[in-house]
Design a protein around this ligand. Structure first.
Ligand code: NAD
Length: 265
C-alpha cells in the first residue's frame, strides 16, 4: 500500500528537479499529496488554497526550502496575478501548474438552484480556465513545462445527483484538449487526471466512517476499494515529469476499473 506521507528524497535525482510548480487546492486531499510528492521529487512547490491555516501549516511541514503557501481563490483574477508574483518571488520562474481545486455539491438537476450551479462552474471550470490563462505565458517564458487539470470519472460518464459537477468536469476536459493543441508549440503539455472515488474530505465528509466508504466501493469498483489521494498524486507526477514527454491533451482515468463496466455478480 501507499505510504500516507511522501518523504523527501535523501539521495539521487528527483523527477522534478529544477521545476517550480503551483498546485491549487493544496491544503488537503489530493492537492496536499501532490504538493508532498512533487516536493519529494525535487520541485519547489507553491501551495495555494483558501484554507489558509491548513495550507500554511503544510508548507511549513514540507519545508521553507521546498514549499511556500500563498492564498489563492481560483475564481479571482487578482488572486491569480498575486499568487504568480509571489511564486516567482519565492522560487523564480514557474514551469508547472496542477489545477486541482474543486467543489462538489449533491443535487438532482431539476432541484439545483442557479446559484449552486454557478458556484460550481466558478470554482471547477472558471478556476481551471484562469489557471491556464495566467500560467501558460509564464511557463512559456520559462522555457516550457506542464499543466495538469483535475477532471473526474464524471468528465467521461454521467452520474445521478452530481449534474452541475459533472458538467464542469466535462468542460475541464474540453479546456485540456484545446489548451494542449494551442500550447504544444510553446513547449507546454496539458493533460487531465480523471479520478473515480478517492478518499478525501470531498468524498468522505467528517463523521462518515471509512468502513462505510469501503463497503460501497467494494460493490461498485472492480478493484474493490476507494482510491487513495497518493495514487492520484503519482499520476499527476507522471504527467508533470519527462516520463510523459510525448503525451498531451489526454484524459487519464484512475478509478479502480469503475468505468470499465458493470458486473452482474
Ligand atoms: P478536497 O475537498 O479535499 O480538496 C479540494 C481543495 O480545493 C480544498 O483544499 C479546498 O479548500 C480547495 N478549494 C475549494 N474551493 C476553492 C477555491 N475557490 N479556490 C481555491 N481552492 C479551493 O477534495 P479532493 O478530493 O482532494 O479534490 C481535489 C480535486 O479532485 C477536485 O477538483 C475534485 O473535484 C477532484 N476529484 C475528486 C474526487 C474524489 O473522489 N475525491 C474524484 C474525482 C475528482
Amino acid at each position: 500500500m501507499w505510504l500516507r506521507t511522501f518523504k523527501a528524497r535523501e539521495y539521487g535525482m528527483g523527477k522534478l528537479d529544477g521545476r517550480v510548480v503551483v498546485v491549487t487546492g493544496a491544503a488537503r486531499g489530493q492537492g496536499e499529496q501532490e504538493a508532498r510528492l512533487f516536493a519529494a521529487e525535487g520541485a519547489k512547490v507553491v501551495l495555494t488554497d483558501v484554507l489558509d491555516e491548513q495550507g500554511e501549516a503544510l508548507a511549513k511541514e514540507i519545508g521553507e526550502d521546498r514549499a511556500r503557501y500563498v492564498h489563492l481563490d481560483v475564481t479571482s483574477e487578482a488572486d491569480w496575478t498575486e499568487a504568480v508574483a509571489a511564486a516567482k518571488d519565492a522560487f523564480g520562474p514557474v514551469t508547472g501548474l496542477v489545477n486541482n481545486a474543486g467543489i462538489l455539491r449533491f443535487n438532482e438537476l431539476v432541484s439545483t438552484p442557479l446559484a449552486e450551479f454557478q458556484a460550481i462552474v466558478q470554482v471547477n471550470q472558471v478556476g481551471c480556465f484562469l489557471g491556464i490563462r495566467t500560467l501558460a505565458p509564464e511557463i512559456e517564458a520559462a522555457g516550457g513545462g506542464t499543466i495538469v487539470n483535475t477532471a473526474s470519472y464524471t468528465a467521461l460518464t454521467g452520474m445521478a445527483g452530481v449534474g452541475a459537477y459533472a458538467a464542469t468536469k466535462h468542460a475541464v476536459l474540453g479546456l485540456t484538449r484545446v489548451a494542449a493543441v494551442e500550447l504544444a508549440a510553446k513547449g507546454i503539455r496539458v493533460n487531465a487526471v480523471c479520478p473515480g472515488a478517492v478518499d478525501t474530505p470531498m468524498s468522505r465528509p467528517e463523521g462518515v466512517e471509512r468502513s462505510a466508504v469501503d463497503e460501497l466501493y467494494r460493490k461498485l469498483v472492480p478493484l474493490g476499494r476507494v482510491g487513495e489521494p497518493e495514487e492520484v498524486a503519482a499520476l499527476a507526477l507522471f504527467l508533470s515529469c519527462d516520463d510523459s514527454s510525448y503525451i498531451t491533451g489526454q484524459p487519464f482515468v484512475i478509478d479502480g476499473g469503475w468505468l470499465a463496466g458493470v458486473s452482474l455478480f
